[in-house]
Design a protein around this ligand. Structure first.
Ligand code: 3H9
Length: 696
């Protein structure tokens, strides 16, 4: 028999200790163990204590089992089994009692936790609802409004708050097993018996239709949070057993959805993406002191990210005034954190007094372990900076460029130590955005790559390996799907229809809203840069240049694709843009066609998938999952689709390839099917097969 649950009788109390590292997920062996140990406890004990061994109480159902045939005993049955035990059952919580873990605790009759414990029902983050009684027991304990908030947000609730909500009964410092045992003994001594949450009365009824509509709106296409509201609604109207059955039905229906598949793909791969087989056993270099070149928005954001992770940071700017301005930006961001209660004033003072400094001299970087250059995007500027770094930095220092598209090999070649050079591409605002592209150049040493990933981990970012090409993984793919959108505009769609279609797909913002936010001058500069080498067959719209020539750069100038009025959120369509687009279509003799939202989404996604497949085929991204994580964490791709290549797998690659070929009948310059896509379709395989290590 497995010892996933260890059984020990101490006096009158049976201890059921979870032993399934690392997070005591409630897999088959654990469930069997709980059932058998409950049976045994009832023959020889007077009370039962359930506790987690290792770092946590159960962190939930075993996510790896979802999508596979279910195996009895089910988790809801176990919770009911525990709740209906004739013995008082106590749970003692530490670490993270999440999902099925909290549901087990809700099935027990008494709950105690240590101060640092967190509880929650995060199933919506996996495209699911709690499926082991969470939607039926939590509202009976904490009320409907609070349950909706906890379940639809999936947030973790600290022990102090959980106590205030009556979700748990006691909070105490100490060893979870020791405080649990003492609590169980007190319960026995007081002669208290079982106390079933499921037998508490139904909670109050609220306007569930309004709550459902709000969840649909907020979920941007995600169905799980709204479904959770329906499950909670059942809890208010029916007896417990019917409620449990109804929850089970909704849970199993969600298990079959692509959203569940997409979100679980995201869950596992956001962890897998930074684990590179070639770095196994490679030690990163020690990191303590970090240098940042440039105190603009990006440099300041990187400095703040590093400071908040506990690094010592030296910023270098070209002169004293620029260094002072950079310091102002860093202090401004950190002050914002103090105001929002995220950073203590004392920590702010310590950072600004001792952990951060700005200088106008490269010599200030002589002790840096790693330097990140975040200066102007021009090769000449970068080369000059790296020559200086080569001069001043100590041996073994890692030299990184935050370039978003320039050739890292060329930058590395401007130093005498190309093995120490790599790209670390942050996304703005760098202290907020989760993605970090670790760009590996031809000569970058393995331990330098490992150091890039170690930095990513320390900054709590999702670090993804990229090879060198114009735009690396993310910006290269972005350029292609943005171009596809621009083509649709020339052919008859409006920027507003495209934005609506893509927010309908689940993006937080459409591409033209994003362009207005980022500044239209950025795309304008790129177009000018690429103009001399542009292929004559490429379709390039000029109306956007005309907007920029008129000084309309988007939100920062009050006008772009949208018009922004002071004090109002969001913008309204700019009629001048429509006029410019119509004039250009007329000049080119284009008869505008209608695009439905579905057509817009399909073309946009086909362009993204095709370019992503090329990026994988060229080994710029080693695995399809690398692309998925880049788009999820850097480009607002909706998490419930798992990433563009997961989406493609779920749609069917043959259909996508057929559509690309159909589009190519009209424009065979832009729509060139990826050879990898062709091979995958011919072999009857998909991107997930490549993630698993197969080849085509
Ligand atoms: C549920 O409970 C449904 C029920 O309502 C109904 C059922 C009928 N299963 O994140 P970490 C792995 S749904 C399997 O790096 P941390 C994880 O992949 C579930 N594996 O550590 C990683 O593996 P590897 C509701 C899991 O300390 C390793 O454990 N619960 C699970 O940064 C370490 O994880 C959740 O959604 C799991 N449930 O964070 C909680 N959880 O080393 C999901 C983790 O091979 N988990 N693993 O890469 C988490 O949020 C975090 O893992 C946690 C720890 C906060 C617990």
């Amino acid at each position: 028999m497995s010892d996933a649950i260890q059984y020990e009788l101490k006096g009158d109390i049976a201890i059921l200790r979870a032993n399934n590292p690392p997070v005591n997920a409630l897999g088959y062996d654990v469930r069997i163990g709980l059932m058998t140990c409950m049976d045994r406890a009832e023959t020889e004990a007077k009370a039962v204590l359930i506790v987690g061994g290792g770092r946590t109480f159960f962190a939930g159902a075993d996510i790896k089992e979802f999508g596979k045939p279910p195996r009895e005993p089910s988790l809801p049955d176990i919770c009911t089994r525990i709740e209906r035990s004739p013995l008082p059952v106590i749970s003692s919580l530490h670490g993270t009692a999440l999902g099925g873990g909290l549901e087990i605790a809700l099935g027990t009759h008494y709950r105690i936790a240590i101060q640092s414990a967190k509880v929650g029902l995060p199933e919506v983050h996996l495209g699911l609802i709690p499926g082991a009684g969470g939607t039926q027991r939590l509202p009976r304990l904490v009320g409907v409004e609070k349950s909706i908030e906890i379940i639809t947000s999936g947030r973790q609730v600290g022990a102090a708050e959980a106590l205030e909500l009556d979700l748990i009964d006691e909070v105490q410092e100490g060893d979870p097993e020791a405080i649990g045992l003492a609590y169980a003994q007190r319960i026995l001594d007081a002669g208290k018996g079982p106390r079933a949450v499921g037998e508490l009365p139904c909670p109050e009824v609220i306007d569930f239709d309004a709550a459902y509509d709000a969840a649909i709106k907020k979920g941007r296409g995600q169905i799980a949070p709204a479904t959770a509201i329906r499950a909670i609604e059942v809890c208010c109207h029916t007896g417990f057993d019917v409620g449990i059955q109804s929850e089970r039905q909704m849970f199993t229906d969600l298990l079959k959805t692509p959203q569940r598949e997409g979100m679980i793909h995201a869950f596992f791969n956001e962890r897998a993406v930074s684990k590179l087989p070639e770095l196994k056993g490679v030690e990163p270099r020690a990191l303590k002191a970090i240098g940042v070149i440039g105190g603009g928005t990006m440099g300041a954001g990187i400095a703040v990210a590093a400071l908040l992770a506990g690094f010592d940071v030296t910023m270098v700017e070209r002169d004293g005034a620029a260094a002072e301005a950079g310091t102002g930006r860093v202090s401004g961001i950190l002050q914002g954190s103090v105001t929002r209660g995220k950073l203590s004033q004392a920590k702010y003072d310590a950072i600004m007094e001792t952990e951060f400094r700005a200088s106008d001299s490269y010599d200030a970087l002589s002790n840096a372990d790693l330097v990140i250059e975040a200066a102007f995007e021009e090769m000449g500027v970068k080369k000059a900076i790296f020559a200086e770094l080569d001069r001043v930095c100590k041996k073994g220092a890692v030299l990184a460029s935050n370039t978003s598209y320039l050739d890292v090999n060329e930058i590395a070649a401007s130093t005498s130590r190309p093995a120490d050079v790599l790209g670390l591409h942050f996304f703005s605002p760098a202290h907020v955005m989760k993605l970090l592209e670790v760009v590996v150049a031809d000569q970058t040493a393995p331990e330098v790559v490992a150091t890039g990933f170690a930095l990513g981990k320390a900054l709590r970012k999702i670090a993804v390996r990229s090879g060198v090409c114009d735009g690396f993984i993310g910006n290269r793919i972005l350029k292609t799907y943005r171009t596809c959108a621009d083509h649709m505009i020339m052919d008859g769609a409006s920027p507003y229809e495209i934005d609506k279609a893509m927010t309908g797909f689940g993006f937080a913002m459409g591409p033209y809203e994003v362009a207005d936010l980022a500044g239209l001058d950025i795309g304008w500069a790129t177009r000018k840069r690429l103009a001399p080498t542009r292929d004559v067959h490429e379709r390039v719209a000029t109306y956007a240049d005309k907007m920029c020539e008129a000084g309309n750069f988007g939100q920062k100038t009050g006008k772009g694709y949208y018009v922004y009025e002071a004090g109002k959120r969001g913008g309204t369509p700019n009629p001048d843009v429509t006029a410019l687009i119509e004039a250009e279509r007329a000049d080119l003799g284009i008869t505008p066609q209608n695009f439905t939202h579905e057509e817009i989404q399909r073309r946009y996604m086909c362009a993204m998938v095709n370019e992503a497949a090329m990026v994988v085929d060229e080994s710029i991204a080693r695995r399809p999952l690398d692309v998925d994580m880049v788009l999820l964490f850097g480009y607002g791709f909706p998490r419930h689709w798992g990433g563009p290549l997961k989406w493609a797998d779920m749609q069917g690659l043959d259909g996508i390839l057929a559509d690309i070929k159909r589009y190519a009948e009209v424009d065979d310059f832009f729509w060139q099917p990826s050879a990898l896509l062709e091979r995958l379709v011919a072999a009857g395989k998909n991107f997930e097969d490549l993630n698993k290590g197969e080849t085509v």
